[in-house]
Structures are given as structure tokens and as C-alpha cells.
Design a protein around this ligand. Structure first.
Ligand code: ADP
Length: 442
């Protein structure tokens, strides 16, 4: 402003001097001309400033006379504000990214419980479309009376567990509301479907084991009490042997169950390892001895074994799977049946151990459930032959730990084939299928 006043004073001085020399009219004319020039220059400067205002991020125009003093501090302030804003927006973005990366779902709700924001996980959990559902009440999204009741509470000490969806889409969510900001709410969602499923499996397993143990224990303790209550000498020698045999059978069932439970537990608790070179045919021969003892000569065994075919694996685990399939074939094949055991390279790579029987077979509806723990098609027959209901679960577990597949084919009343197919990567070097199978009838 001082510059402007000085300029006006200079024009007034020039007008006064020229007026004193050339007459008053000239002096006034010079002053008027000076003021007019000042107005024109000012106008030009203002238009440059107006142009700058439209693109305010650029530095202000240079040399705009008295406006220089005004524009410089404004521009400095603007620049500082812009930097602060950028920093804040970067921080905001970082917080948003962190919220997106949370393994849990997070939503913010307005005081009327309408949706303000949610991360992708929450959108997935609740089937939300963040764009479309923003501003809509969360009660319209989660339409269950339990949630309405929970949301109506004043405070939320505990989370709410909700079962949503049906069938294959069923999921269990844990929701926790908390006050947030001014009158707003933060809701955290967690998918606990798997955890709940595992917990149910664990409970079922404990219940099944207890049930399996209770039956032989009840029978055993019943016999013991009966024998104790009987007066001395009231049982013949044959009767005593009969009772003791029944008791031994129940004790054997319990032992078998405990042994299978220990095998399962060791399969679950030991890490998967490459293992060592295992000649599967040797394991098959050992298992055959037991199978023949069980069969007591009532079945015919046929072998098609490639004696030189070796795989990488754990021999104790493989022995258990090999033995389970063989003893099952004996137990579920009536007298006179044939059991064919094969261990051969597979034409499409890898190798297959299979046990084919001409036994009772399995209904196609039951086949998918055979490897479930404690599943039996015929509980009575399984128990009577010393079954634990865990054999195939163990065989499947062992197969998976060797990158192999347990394949089951069966026709009710005609017989079954249980096979474990190992991938080529599991075969030891000689392996790759050059040997022709050697056939032996036993
Ligand atoms: P289990 O100890 O009862 O035999 P498994 O897990 O070995 O338990 O087998 C589960 C069920 O599968 C058996 O109870 C039986 O019903 C059926 N099963 C297994 N192997 C055969 C087979 N070779 N033939 C017919 N049924 C079989």
C-alpha cells in the first residue's frame, strides 16, 4: 500500500511542478493521466491474480506491484496447508490399508446404526456391498432377532455368536459391537466356522471314544461281577473257559481301540517326512502272515507283487495301512472267498497297492463315509471281528501323508477293492515300472 501512496504522491508532485511551469490545466492533466495509468496497471495485475486464483496450486505471478506483499504470505500458507493435508491423507490411507489388512472384519456405524464404512473382510462375512449398502441400517443386513436384541443393548461386554446361511453356505460369525468416536459404533466380525467345526469334531470324537470304551468295559465288568458273586465250584470248567474267552475278547477289543487311537494320534502329531526307502512287498508279506492267521485257512489268497518296487515313506505307517486293508478283506469276506493282493507300477505313473476281495461289498451310499472315524456299515459284524472303526481312517491318513490316494470300489454282495495309489514322485529310482509283475497263488 505504501508503494501505491508514494506513486500517487509522485504523480501529484509531477502535476504540481508541471502546473506551476506550464499552467494549472497541464498539471491537472498530468495528474489525471498518472492516475489513469495506475488504474490500468492495477487492472492488468488484478487480472493476472484472478488467472492465478483459478490455478492456485502454481506459484503466484511475479511482479504484481503492491499485490506481491499480499500474495507471498497467502501462497506460503497455502503451500504449508497443502503439505499438511497430503501428510494427513497419507496417514488416513495407511490406516485404511491397515484396516483392510485386518484378518477380522471391521465396520463403523453411525449413531442410527447405519453403515458408514466396512473393510473387505466384513463385506465378505456379511455379504455387504460397501457402495450400495452405505447409509443403510445394519439391522436390514443382519436380519436375525438375536442380532436386533444384541444391537439394542446399551453396552456390549460379550461378543454375539451368529449362525448365518444354510447348507454349504452356512457359517458361524462372532460379532462384537463397541462405542466409537462421537456416538458412533465399531463392529468387529470374525468367521469362527472352522473353529466351531473343529470343536464339534473334538467333542464327537471324545464322545465316540467314551462310547467305544464303555461297551467292552461294561461287558467285562459284568462278567467279573457275575463270577465274583457265584459260589465256589458252581461253574464247570467249560463254563469258566467260556466266560474267560468272552472277557479276553472284550479286553482285546479295548487293546485294539487304544492301539488305533495311539496310531491316529501319532499320525496327527508327527510332522510329515520324506521317510526312508521302503520295500512295500516286505511289509505286505508280514501283513499277510497276520491275515492268514485271522483267516485260519478259510480264504484263498492270490498275490501279484512287484518285489523290487520301493517307495519313499515311513515303514511303520505304511505297515499299518497295508495291514488294515488286508485284515478288513479277511473280516468282511465270508468263508471260501478270494483275496487278491497287488503291488504294481501303475500304467499312468506311480504305483498301486490294492486288496480285492469277493466279500460282502458296500452300498454305494456308504462308500463316501467309510473313512470317517468310527463309521461302520454293520457295527455288530465289525465288533464281532475285533474292529475299531478306525482302520480306514488310519489308512486314509497314512495315504495322504505319502501324497497318495485311498481309492475304494465296491459292489454290494459282490466284493470290494481298496487301493492306495502312490504318485511317481514317491517311487525310488529303480522303480519306474520296468519290472513285470510276478504272480503267485497261495
Ligand atoms: P472296522 O474296524 O469297523 O473294520 P474300518 O475303518 O476298517 O473299521 O472300516 C470301516 C467300515 O468299512 C467297516 O466297519 C465295514 O463296514 C466297512 N469295510 C471296510 N473294509 C471292508 C471290506 N473289505 N468289505 C466290506 N466292508 C468293508
Amino acid at each position: 500500500m505504501s508503494k501505491t501512496l508514494i506513486t500517487i504522491a509522485l504523480w501529484a508532485l509531477a502535476g504540481w511542478l508541471l502546473g506551476a511551469w506550464l499552467g494549472a490545466a497541464t498539471g491537472w492533466a498530468v495528474l489525471a493521466l498518472g492516475l489513469l495509468l495506475m488504474v490500468i496497471v492495477s487492472g492488468l495485475q488484478l487480472s493476472r491474480i484472478a488467472h492465478w486464483v483459478r490455478n492456485i496450486d502454481a506459484p503466484p505471478p511475479p511482479s504484481v506491484g503492491p499485490w506481491d506483499e499480499v500474495l507471498a504470505p497467502i501462497y506460503r500458507k497455502l503451500k504449508q496447508n497443502r503439505l499438511e493435508l497430503q501428510e494427513r491423507s497419507r496417514n488416513f490411507h495407511r490406516v485404511l490399508l491397515a484396516a483392510e489388512a485386518l484378518p477380522d472384519g471391521a465396520l463403523t456405524l453411525a449413531p442410527d446404526k447405519s453403515l458408514l464404512w466396512c473393510n473387505q473382510t466384513a463385506a465378505g462375512h456379511l455379504g455387504l456391498n460397501p457402495e450400495q449398502d452405505r447409509g443403510h441400517s445394519i439391522l436390514n443386513v443382519i436380519r436375525t432377532p438375536e442380532f436386533a436384541h444384541y444391537a439394542a443393548q446399551e453396552t456390549w461386554d460379550k461378543p454375539l455368536v451368529l449362525h448365518l446361511g444354510h447348507g454349504g453356505l452356512a457359517r458361524t460369525l462372532m460379532l462384537h459391537l463397541a462405542p466409537y468416536g462421537v456416538g458412533q459404533f465399531l463392529m468387529v466380525t470374525r468367521d469362527i466356522t472352522q473353529i466351531e467345526r473343529l470343536e464339534n469334531t473334538r467333542k464327537d470324537f471324545v464322545a465316540n471314544v467314551s462310547h467305544e470304551m464303555r461297551t467292552p468295559l461294561t461287558v467285562l465288568s459284568g462278567f467279573v461281577e457275575t463270577l465274583l458273586d457265584m459260589p465256589d465250584g458252581s461253574l464247570t470248567h467249560e463254563e469258566q473257559r467260556h466266560y474267560l474267552n468272552l472277557m479276553a475278547h472284550q479286553a482285546h477289543n479295548m487293546q485294539a481301540l487304544v492301539a488305533d487311537l495311539l496310531t491316529l494320534s501319532s499320525l496327527e502329531s508327527t510332522p510329515n517326512s520324506e521317510g526312508e526307502r521302503v520295500m512295500l512287498a516286505n511289509l505286505i508279506h508280514s501283513a499277510l502272515e497276520q491275515a492268514r492267521a485271522l483267516s485260519k485257512g478259510t480264504h484263498q489268497f492270490t498275490l501279484e507283487l512287484d518285489e523290487t518296487l520301493a517307495i519313499h515313506g515311513k515303514d511303520t505307517e505304511l505297515a499299518s495301512a497295508v495291514g488294515n486293508l488286508l485284515t478288513n478283506a479277511v473280516r468282511y469276506t465270508p468263508t471260501g472267498g478270494t483275496i487278491t493282493v497287488r503291488w504294481q507300477p501303475h500304467p499312468q505313473g506311480g504305483a498301486v497297492y490294492s486288496v480285492q476281495d469277493t466279500g460282502i461289498g458296500i452300498d454305494s451310499d456308504d462308500i463316501p463315509r467309510l473313512t470317517e472315524r468310527f463309521f461302520r456299515v454293520n457295527r455288530g459284524r465289525s465288533r464281532a471281528t475285533g474292529g475299531t472303526g478306525l482302520g480306514l481312517a488310519i489308512a486314509k491318513h497314512v495315504a495322504l501323508r505319502h501324497d497318495a490316494q485311498l481309492e475304494i470300489q465296491s459292489t454290494l454282495g459282490e466284493g470290494s477293492t481298496f487301493a492306495i495309489r502312490f504318485p511317481a514322485a514317491r517311487l525310488c529310482s529303480r522303480a519306474q515300472a520296468d519290472a513285470s509283475p510276478h504272480t503267485e497263488a497261495a
